[in-house]
Design a binder for this molecule. Structure first.
Ligand code: SF4
Length: 54
C-alpha cells in the first residue's frame, strides 16, 4: 500500500471492532452472491489483511 492509504488504513482499522476486522472473514462467499461488481471480496479482504500485517 502506498500513499496516504498506507497511513490512513491502519488508523481506520484501529477504530473497528475486533470481530469486524478484515481477517474475521470466514470465507462464506455470501457477499459475492449479491455484489453487483462481482468483486471477490473474501480474497480481497485476505490480501488487505496481509498488507496490514495481520
Ligand atoms: S465472505 Fe463476505 S459475507 Fe462471508 S464473512 Fe467474508 S466478507 Fe462476510
Amino acid at each position: 500500500m502506498a500513499g496516504s492509504g498506507a497511513f490512513i488504513a491502519p488508523m481506520a482499522l484501529a477504530s473497528v471492532a475486533a470481530d469486524k476486522q478484515p481477517e474475521s472473514c470466514i470465507g462464506c462467499h455470501s457477499c459475492e452472491k449479491v455484489c453487483p461488481q462481482t468483486i471477490h471480496i473474501p480474497e480481497e479482504l485476505k490480501k488487505f489483511a496481509t498488507k496490514m500485517g495481520r
